[in-house]
Write a new protein. Structure first.
Lengths: 177, 329
């Protein structure tokens, strides 16, 4: 009960923080560590605004107890690009109007980066026709299904799909690296 | 959220030891359901024993079956090469559930033991016999579009929300349990209970028991199998009705063997035994499929908002069996 001293690697930096063991990873990132890029939408796993990467896999940080993720490597939207150098997907979101208000965008970005890695690892989706195939052919149906855990209340989905489609090849190279 | 202590278990024995004798302890998998319920104060554990350190191996057995560690993630199981080719209905069922983010977190054990998404169960201001025995049921005369049409009771009309379990029920999966009194095994189909007058008791697990592994027996004809989920939106929604099916056709076009289970219709994954019995030896055609569906749903009863699910379930059974015979109708 009470507080615990927890250790994480966040965006490549070792971090030690004392926090209430009831904290979600989302609240720990935002309130204890100031990584406010990660957003709280529904706080119940329905909207995807809180999506971050843990050891390269996308998860909903609102449903994750921080204490359970000690020692893991966490990437937030702040860790995708660097000062003055946007991640290619961020640049594509700008060019394709992949947002209006921007609240869901950090989750969309982290989710798409995680999705690229899943495709690289030949993880199927429910719309994948041939489960025995050695690779997944990505079309718009696949992409929309795989991104269905990220809602956009502004309805910028067409721009989001265009931005991800354009960048997917580059992200998969990144996942291989 | 109630205060709680947190312990991480390296294996099943350690987990059982940590939780032993503590009725306020709960085992924690990926947390995608339990953390949500704790935030709503529906669950108020005083101790969480993290069981994600249990086996996550997915191992083919010498008999052609498969042993799945309870800590395997939903993503890992759906993507497993053996599951994709030998038990495609299981891959498809898992992939029809939740979102990629949640499937990456959720464990096999946690998926099986997740609780209903009945909104009256979640709403602590509503009457719910499952949350508070004897309190009554606001779902029975409330918004019950997602509720049960088979096996319900006056006390409870909630449904089990898992897609994965529907496929496991169709496959005759065994759950390997472990607990203070030692290990035991039972059929997945016997693990979950119908609500009766005690909807708060959802499974046959004894106090302190956990799921250590799930075993699939070999079923060569499951290569011809699939899962269809009918829901209110194209992705990331719970089932109104779902059907898991595997079909073994004889050379003369009759049904040699069949497995059929329904989701979204009952308090547990619903093995459609009456439909299976009605199909065996019959021609694999729409008339036989419809007759089998009628047999299974003969005992169904609808509520205010969900009576449509009786016909929907019948049509989905016919459609899925049609898919498996190569009939596009």
């Amino acid at each position: 009960m009470g507080n615990a001293l927890m250790n994480f690697t966040i965006n490549g930096q070792s971090v030690e923080v004392e926090a209430d063991i009831r904290s979600s990873l989302l609240d720990l990132l935002r309130n204890s560590l100031g990584f406010t890029g990660t957003k709280k939408g529904c706080d119940q796993g329905a909207c995807g605004a809180c999506t971050v990467l843990v050891d390269g896999e996308r998860i909903n940080s609102c449903l994750a107890l921080a204490v359970q993720y000690q020692g893991r490597s966490i990437t937030t939207v702040e860790g995708l690009g660097s000062d003055g150098a946007l991640h290619p997907l961020q640049q594509a979101f700008v060019e394709h109007d992949g947002f209006q208000c921007g609240y869901c965008t950090p989750g969309q970005l982290c989710s798409a980066v995680g999705m690229a890695r899943e495709i690289e690892r030949n993880i199927p989706s429910v719309v994948t026709a041939d489960l025995s195939a050695g690779s997944v052919a990505i079309d718009e149906t696949e992409l929309r299904e795989r991104m269905s855990g990220n809602l956009c209340r502004c309805g910028a989905y067409n721009g989001i799909v265009e931005a991800i489609s354009e960048t997917l090849g580059k992200m998969q190279e990144g996942a291989r690296a | 959220m109630n205060p709680f202590s947190y312990e991480r278990a390296a294996d099943a024995a350690a987990a059982i030891g940590l939780a032993k004798g503590n009725t306020a302890a709960r085992y924690l998998g990926g947390g995608t359901n339990l953390v949500d319920l704790m935030r709503e104060t529906v669950e108020r554990p005083e101790m969480l024993v993290d069981v994600t350190g249990l086996s996550h191996k997915i191992e083919p057995r010498s008999d052609g079956g498969l042993l799945i560690g309870a800590a395997a993630t939903n993503t890992a199981l759906a993507a497993d090469a053996h599951v994709r080719t030998q038990y495609p209905l299981l891959s498809r069922a898992i992939l029809a559930g939740a979102s990629a983010q949640i499937r990456n977190m959720a464990t096999v054990g946690g998926n099986i033991l997740q609780r209903t998404r009945c909104r009256y169960f979640y709403d602590t201001a509503a009457a719910c016999n499952k949350r508070e025995p004897g309190a009554g049921c606001d779902a029975r005369d409330g918004f019950n579009r997602y509720h049960a049409i088979l096996g319900a009771s006056p006390a409870c009309v909630a449904t089990h929300p898992s897609d994965m379990c529907v496929a496991l029920a169709a496959l005759d999966a065994t759950v390997h349990l472990d607990g203070p009194d030692g290990p035991r095994s039972m059929a997945l189909a016997d693990l979950h209970r119908l609500p009766g007058d005690r909807p708060d008791i959802e499974t046959e697990l004894k106090p302190g028991e956990l799921i250590a592994a799930v075993e699939l027996p070999p079923l060569p004809f499951a290569r011809r199998s699939t899962y269809r989920k009918v829901r209110d939106r194209a992705s990331y929604a719970f089932a109104l009705v779902s059907v898991a099916a595997a079909l073994d056709l004889a050379e003369d076009g009759t049904v040699r063997d069949v497995r059929l289970a329904l989701g979204g219709v009952a308090h547990k994954p619903w093995r459609a035994s009456a439909a299976e019995a009605a199909l065996k030896g019959r021609p694999a055609d729409p008339e036989s499929f419809r007759a089998a569906a009628e047999a299974e749903l003969a005992a169904a009863a609808g509520l205010r908002d969900n009576t449509f699910k009786i016909e929907l379930a019948k049509r989905t059974i016919v459609a899925v069996l049609g898919d498996l015979t190569g009939d596009e109708a």
